[in-house]
Design a protein around this ligand. Structure first.
Ligand SMILES: NC(=O)c1ccc[n+]([C@@H]2O[C@H](COP(=O)([O-])OP(=O)(O)OC[C@H]3O[C@@H](n4cnc5c(N)ncnc54)[C@H](O)[C@@H]3O)[C@@H](O)[C@H]2O)c1
Length: 250
């Protein structure tokens, strides 16, 4: 097989699944990793020919097994999309250590572990990493002590990866999505939060999974061959507007 191979984590639904479909349409061979094996079984036929990796990104031995499966199946890896994530919104004083660790072990440890395990194959292919952070990693807001901190760390991790891996021809970039109506977001977005986002976002709406997926696919493509270490917000303008004051609009 000659076409390039992308491994997408958290690919059983939401942004990850949309990205898998888009990148397959662009000619990529796809490996879909997710710890939710039931959702993965439902998603797999939607990306014909994709390989399922039923693993947890926070578990080092499972991450190693996933990379070994990719090598056995395809013999190469050209792009790793670190998309698997969990959200838990709560005040600082109610975020006990277990809640903190649950967020960190997937959102931060998972990106570190998967990237590190993929490096030998990415060096061989002069491939790339795309890490999925969030606008919550760019701007602090209430209730995001664990989630926002994990995503800010992913932004810095991306820059570290770009600095160290560039000499091997490996690029590392980061997408910061704004709000998208996925299962993850709807579990933590109340109607009040949804209305506030609509007010604060210049485009006045949530994004779609595909709108995030197109940005990811671009950064994985040869069209982005001179782009590394960059943080791209796909957020309807949210990050660019600072403290939004809807009252000052016409
Ligand atoms: N939806 C949004 O509004 C939004 C905004 C900003 C950033 N993001 C980020 O986008 C990414 C995708 O989120 P989504 O909204 O599509 O969520 P989602 O919940 O629809 O999908 C996430 C997938 O990741 C999988 N997953 C979670 N932890 C895992 C682990 N430890 N190992 C393997 N798989 C795991 C889940 O099973 C699920 O299939 C996340 O990193 C999220 O933080 C989402």
């Amino acid at each position: 097989m000659s076409s390039k191979v992308a491994l997408i984590t958290g690919a059983a639904r939401g942004i990850g699944l949309a990205t898998a479909k888009l990148m397959q349409a662009d000619g990529w061979q796809i490996a879909m990793l997710d710890r939710d094996t039931d959702e993965l079984a439902i998603a797999l036929p939607q990306v014909p020919g994709a390989v399922a990796l039923p693993y947890d990104v926070s578990q080092p031995d499972q991450v190693d097994q996933a990379m070994s499966d990719v090598f056995d199946q395809f013999g190469r890896l050209d792009a790793l999309v670190n998309n698997a994530g969990v959200a838990d919104f709560g005040p600082i004083e109610q975020t006990d250590f277990q809640r903190w660790r649950t967020v960190m072990e997937t959102n931060l440890d998972g990106v570190f572990l998967c990237s590190q395990a993929a490096i030998p194959m990415l060096k061989a292919s002069r491939g790339c990493l795309v890490n999925i952070a969030s606008i919550s990693g760019l701007r602090a807001s209430t209730l995001r002590v664990a989630y926002g901190t994990s995503k800010a760390a992913v932004i810095q991790l991306t820059k570290q990866q770009a600095a160290e891996l560039g000499e091997f021809g490996v690029r590392a970039n980061c997408i910061c999505p704004g709000p998208v109506r996925t299962k993850l977001a709807m579990a933590v977005h109340s109607q009040e939060i949804i209305d506030a986002y609509h007010d604060a976002i210049p485009l006045n709406r949530y994004g779609s999974e595909a709108e995030i997926g197109h940005a990811i696919a671009f950064l994985c493509s040869q069209k982005a061959s001179y782009i590394t270490g960059q943080i791209l917000a796909a957020d309807g303008g949210f990050d660019s507007t600072g403290v939004g004051l809807p009252a000052l609009r016409d």
